[in-house]
Design a protein around this ligand. Structure first.
Ligand SMILES: Nc1ncnc2c1ncn2[C@@H]1O[C@H](COP(=O)(O)OP(=O)(O)OP(=O)(O)O)[C@@H](O)[C@H]1O
Ligand SMILES: [Mg+2]
Length: 242
């Protein structure tokens, strides 16, 4: 396979809690190329969410830098950057209103003014996640934690980002709905013709094995290859078998 410029590349990025003088993310190098599917596991409090938020430039880096398609990300370009590299929060934040109101919300933002809400498209995404059209009329405050996760996922997928940073996106879902969400995310990935990539944080080892072509682990702010990687048979993907 040719070594293309990564979509996103982190060079010795660091996150600190300056108030308590604690380093949350030790200097970390990380590259994500088109077609990459990375799973990250690791104990609670080890820095998995801190890493994803740093990659999405939601929290300022304390050191190091990020490159997008080989170029440093300028401050003015951050909203545009976040459009392409979407962070799906561990605990989704929904606005007051219906599911449809929530799905329409991004289109009220400047950065998405070139796009238009497409009800048929979100109904299809909802159906893919096992929800009928009535789901769009539900009130956000009445949703279960898992349903809120599905809304947050559809809200991002309809915007067709290049990279998804998924922070335990199915943690509140029953196994069947979790598999439906996995299928939904995989459909987004397959639509991208190897130009898309994800980083998927999971506490579920079986899920991590399914969703990660590359397995990483986070421990005390240090990202490394998962110890079990060399012992686990990595399934040969369609692309590499050709
Ligand atoms: N903005 C912040 N300021 C100070 N400390 C923070 C901040 N964000 C996270 N932390 C701390 O950094 C550590 C790592 O947090 P993080 O949320 O990344 O853990 P995690 O690996 O995602 O855990 P979990 O699996 O429970 O979600 C924790 O000790 C947390 O309290
Ligand atoms: Mg977390």
């Amino acid at each position: 396979m040719m070594t293309a410029t990564p979509i996103v590349q982190a060079e010795r990025i660091v996150r600190r809690d300056t108030r308590h003088g604690k380093t949350l993310l030790q200097p970390t190098d990380f590259a994500l190329a088109g077609g990459d599917r990375v799973a990250i596991t690791g104990p609670s409090g080890s820095g998995k969410s801190v890493l994803l938020r740093a990659l999405a430039l939601l929290d300022p880096l304390d050191d190091g830098r990020l490159r997008w398609h080989g170029r440093a990300v300028r401050r003015a370009a951050i909203p545009r950057y976040r459009r392409e590299i979407a962070y799906i929060r561990q605990r989704p934040a929904l606005i007051d209103g219906t599911v449809e109101d929530n799905l329409r919300y991004p289109f009220s933002l400047r950065v998405y003014r070139d796009l238009q809400f497409n009800r048929a498209a979100v109904e299809m995404l909802a159906a893919h996640a096992g929800r009928d059209a009535g789901f769009l009329e539900r009130h956000a405050s009445e949703l279960s934690g898992g349903e809120a996760q599905i809304v947050a996922l559809i809200r991002v997928l309809q915007l067709a980002p290049q990279v998804l940073l998924l922070d335990e996106p199915t943690a509140s879902l029953d196994p069947e709905s979790a598999l439906a969400s996995e299928a939904l995310i995989t459909a987004w990935f397959d639509d991208g013709a190897a130009a898309r990539a994800w980083v998927w944080v999971s506490h579920d080892a079986a899920q991590a094995a399914r969703v990660g072509k590359r397995q990483l682990t986070m421990r005390a702010g240090v990202l490394s290859a998962a110890a079990s990687e060399s012992l686990t048979a990595v399934p040969i993907s369609k692309e590499s078998a050709q």
